[in-house]
Design a protein around this ligand. Structure first.
Ligand code: SAH
Length: 231
């Protein structure tokens, strides 16, 4: 079973859509689990304080290292992988999702305010991961993004094991255009080749479409793809 645990100040946000559809089904079948830890429960003062002002001054508040440390130490059974969702982190991508899906258990810390005390990141060997070059108001939405992408690689979660194989990024390219019934929609048909039944031709057409789309929209991916193709 792939075990995930989320440390958050907003436990009510979870499980959200992760208990619906294929993810929900897989959760019921114990292919994966989600445990939520309310960080605020580990605050020890009367007001349940979880944040304080930054040393050195500046705007906003910082999540306290001592409260976060207690929440982690009381809930992590052993040396488990811990991720902090953070705009300062390495950018999350397809390969990162694959790598994380290979852990037996994974923990996510959702930050709020101006983020968390650096000492907790250093002392608990925490990896910082960003979902893009923009700033969110909290880590929860980022956890949904990251967990969704990881779960697709956990064996047994997607009904059709092949359905992740042909997707965007799997071969370093974006996906080709897709069509379904009706065959005529607003006077537009579908590309002839897709109706030909010639699987080799369809494969070639899809590859050339993928290449054209990637070259046009993602020069960064295109450069990498060209290099791997040469080798
Ligand atoms: N002051 C911080 C931003 C804090 S945003 C800075 O400038 O770097 C508040 C919280 O939202 C963060 O602690 C983090 O958990 C989450 N967050 C914001 N943007 C994110 C992103 N791009 N990826 C992942 N998490 C993000």
């Amino acid at each position: 079973m792939f075990k995930s645990r989320v440390f958050t100040l907003y436990p009510d946000y979870f499980p959200g859509y992760l208990e619906k559809g294929l993810f929900g089904k897989a959760m019921k079948e114990k292919i994966w689990s989600l445990e939520i830890v309310d960080i605020r429960n580990y605050a020890e003062d009367k007001h349940k304080t979880v944040d304080d002002t930054p040393y050195g001054g500046g705007d906003g508040m910082i999540m306290k290292a001592d409260v976060l440390a207690r929440s982690l130490d009381k809930n992590l059974p052993q040396d488990e992988k811990i991720i902090y969702l953070s705009p300062k982190g390495k950018i999350f991508d397809h390969n990162c999702a694959k790598r994380f899906s290979e852990f037996e258990s994974i923990n996510f810390i959702c930050g709020h305010f101006e983020g968390i005390d650096q000492r907790i990141i250093d002392s608990r060997n925490i990896e910082e991961i960003s979902i893009g070059d923009f700033v969110l108001s909290g880590g929860e939405t980022a956890v949904f993004v990251v967990l969704d992408a990881i779960l697709r690689f956990v064996p047994g979660v997607l009904g059709n094991v092949n359905s992740s194989k042909n997707e965007s990024f799997e071969n370093g390219l974006l996906e080709y255009p897709q069509y379904t019934k009706p065959q005529i929609f607003e006077q537009k048909g579908v590309p002839e080749v897709l109706l030909s039944g010639d699987h080799a031709k369809i494969k070639d057409w899809r590859l050339s479409q993928s290449e054209a789309i990637t070259r046009d929209r993602r020069p960064d991916l295109w450069e990498k793809y060209k290099k791997t193709k040469k080798n």
